[in-house]
Ligand binder design. Structure first.
Ligand SMILES: Cc1cc2nc3c(=O)[nH]c(=O)nc-3n(C[C@H](O)[C@H](O)[C@H](O)COP(=O)(O)OP(=O)(O)OC[C@H]3O[C@@H](n4cnc5c(N)ncnc54)[C@H](O)[C@@H]3O)c2cc1C
Length: 386
């Protein structure tokens, strides 16, 4: 996502861009994503003609419940300024981002970058072990396991956050019958378990449906998707409707299991000069974090919008080097503060044991608005650079 968004924006700004992807094709996972106000603003500023409103549907506030269905926090309606948070199917998002590449970006799939070279007197270059490609600017948007970050910021390591997550989209034609309240989706918090469901727009990925994310404390499961789905059905069996119905309507091939991981510590810098230009880290390569606030991709789009505005009219040489330094200086504090908020939310989700749960549930009414208030502030705080 971060790479596609940046490649499109830089090529529209006049840069000659080569997009490297290790996979055989650029393909979206069959899941969805919440775009908070900041993510929507970033996408709009990256490509005002991207048609984002057409592919995103409003995110209802379904509140927070206990597994028995009792409200912990009722739906409160939306607060805060800026574009309303929305949910988008990743297939639609990728299609729009790929369309934004136009025919100016050279796409090289099957190119797995294994290393990067930088130096005071040389342009940065990357290699797949056979071919070296040189550029004025290398944008490392290669995710949490970024080999480029490993070379340039070895202090930052991907570690497990103590959770496993499962995502799926139940296509519209398989969604169980839902009451009005159930159709709004929402979040349910149990002891070390969390389930979130969000209705997608009717035309999402051509079939609409409901997107859900389940999170459980512990390591990722080694079993087959069918066995993992059976496990989820067992873990969530006594949860309020429609959790069990949504799991029953899910097929093993819909399931996207994942270990939740994060970078600790964050890299000391996101920009590294090399010759007349340099390398920047963005998206999960720079600041992967747990998904509890759903900000990873939104921040990646902020990164892309910031980079575009800093380098759009800049030539290789001192100005480009200065732009790379400014990118790092601007994005590091911003992403650090979102990571801090996310870790607070992790503690809420992670609560286990009777006493911890009772304290959490009692406090949630006060705590969640504060966390969400801070989150709303985090979204509002960011505006696209000119
Ligand atoms: C369960 C879950 C729910 C989430 N929900 C949300 C949400 O609602 N909202 C939100 O904003 N964020 C959410 N996130 C976070 C979001 O998914 C990530 O932050 C986002 O995918 C990061 O995008 P990226 O482009 O930086 O990295 P990736 O999506 O990891 O993309 C990296 C790309 O680089 C390629 N690549 C990797 N290594 C190489 C290499 N060596 N050579 C060449 N190519 C390479 C990969 O194939 C891939 O295409 C969620 C995450 C999880 C786990």
């Amino acid at each position: 996502m971060a790479g596609l968004a940046t490649a499109g924006a830089l090529s529209r700004a006049g840069w000659q861009v080569t997009l490297l992807e290790r996979g055989e094709r650029v393909a979206a996972p069959p899941t969805a994503l919440v775009l908070w106000s900041n993510g929507r603003r970033a996408l709009e500023s990256l490509d005002p003609d991207g048609g984002w409103s057409a592919i995103a549907s409003p995110l209802p506030d379904g509140g927070v419940r206990r597994p028995d269905g009792q409200w912990l926090v009722g739906p409160r309606g939306r607060t805060g300024a800026g574009p309303a948070p929305a949910v988008v199917h990743l297939e639609d998002l990728y299609d729009a981002l790929v369309a934004g590449l136009g025919d100016r970006v050279e796409i090289r799939t099957g190119f797995a970058v294994t290393t990067v070279r930088v130096g005071r007197r040389q342009r940065p270059s990357v290699s797949d072990g056979r071919t070296f490609l040189e550029a004025d600017l290398v944008v490392a948007a290669d995710g949490i396991d970024s080999p480029i970050r490993r070379v340039l910021a070895p202090e930052s390591v991907a570690v497990g956050s103590g959770f496993a997550a499962w995502q799926a989209v139940v296509p519209g034609y398989r969604v169980p019958r839902l009451t009005g309240e159930q159709a709004a989706g929402g979040e349910t918090l149990g002891a070390g378990y969390r389930f979130v469901s969000i209705p997608l727009g009717e035309r999402a990925a051509g079939k609409g449906g409901v997107y859900w994310v389940a999170t459980a404390a512990g390591a990722p499961r080694p079993e087959s998707p069918a066995t993992q789905l059976a496990l989820l059905q067992r873990w969530f069996a006594s949860w309020h409707a429609p959790v069990g119905d949504l799991l029953a309507a899910t097929h093993p091939e819909d399931l996207v299991p994942q270990e939740v991981r994060e970078l600790r510590p964050l890299p000391r810098a996101y920009g590294f000069g090399s010759g007349p230009g340099g390398v920047v880290l963005l998206g999960d390569a720079a600041h992967a974090m747990p998904h509890h606030l759903g900000q990873g991709a939104c921040l990646a789009f902020e990164d892309a919008a910031t980079l575009r505005s800093l380098v759009a009219d800049v030539r290789p040489g001192p100005d480009l080097i200065a732009a790379i330094e400014t990118f790092s200086r601007t994005r590091r504090p911003r992403t650090t503060s979102v990571v801090r908020q996310t870790r607070r939310m992790s503690a809420v989700v992670q609560a286990r044991g009777r006493l911890a749960l009772r304290a959490r549930d009692a406090a949630l009414n006060h705590m969640r608005p504060r966390i969400l208030g801070n989150h709303t502030q985090l979204q509002a705080d960011w505006t696209p650079p000119d």
